[in-house]
Design a protein around this ligand. Sequence first.
Ligand code: THU
Ligand code: ZN
Length: 136
Amino acid sequence: MKIENLSQLIKLAKESSMKAYVPYSEFRVGVALLMNSGKIHTGCNVEFADYLALHAEINAIGTAINGGETDIIAVVVYSYSSPPALPCGSCRQKLYEFSLLNKHDISIIAINDKDEKIEMVLSELLPGGEIKVVKK
Ligand code: THU
Ligand code: ZN
């Protein structure tokens, strides 16, 4: 999938990663979601003493939902690891929710501070995700 304003999405994901609250892992992640409306929602990871972190993807999804939007076109994940971090299994499943709801695939772009980039679509990252377990 060709994303028009990818450099803007990367900039916003990076800015979000810089706001991550990560006293336990020190592993910063920032996410920018491009919506079908053209709007962009962001989120960073947030860690707690119980070690149950709020993943950046889920923080961004929460922001999008709070903004009244569900139709995610692309997800940019900014991290400082090599290779760049892709969404974990749990986040893939949660993103798939909105792929099902809006009946289209979602682009996933993982990028790091070395400019290494992985571009995939969600259906490649979560084979079988189309099997519905909830009535829609
Ligand atoms: N993390 C994310 O924010 N997204 C992912 O998909 C992978 C992991 C965060 C959670 C935790 O704060 C840190 O990265 C280390 O796992
Ligand atoms: Zn995750």
